[in-house]
Design a protein. Structure first.
Length: 109
């Protein structure tokens, strides 16, 4: 069952964040992940709280164990430190839940 990393980022040091972007891509791929959205345009349709999103990113992993294995890996630890120095981030791990039923992909009708 696919799992998704959803990140809301406010970049505080653009030059250092570019270093993070270059370093993180091969690690995400190594753990079976792929970007679904990476800083694309967004439009907040509803906000029940005081939330102003920054740069939004969605990464799909094969499953939650793969996502967590990537996030907690020794290889990602120094790259994560680069992100922490260059951005304020909120990261959420979300599994696809009941969206995948009877072997059907979430987008299938």
């Amino acid at each position: 069952m696919p799992a998704y990393l959803i990140a809301d980022e406010t970049i505080t040091d653009p030059d250092t964040f570019e270093e993070y972007k270059r370093a993180v891509l091969p690690l995400i791929e190594q753990f079976g992940g792929r970007f679904l959205s990476r800083g694309g345009a967004l439009d907040v349709l509803e906000a029940g709280k005081d939330w102003v999103p920054g740069r939004m990113v969605i990464i799909e992993f094969p499953d939650m164990p793969a996502l967590k294995k990537w996030y907690n890996s020794a290889a990602y630890a120094p790259v994560r430190e680069v992100r922490l120095r260059s951005a304020k981030s909120t990261l959420v791990a979300l599994d696809s839940g009941s969206a995948v039923l009877a072997g059907r992909a979430p987008h299938a009708s």
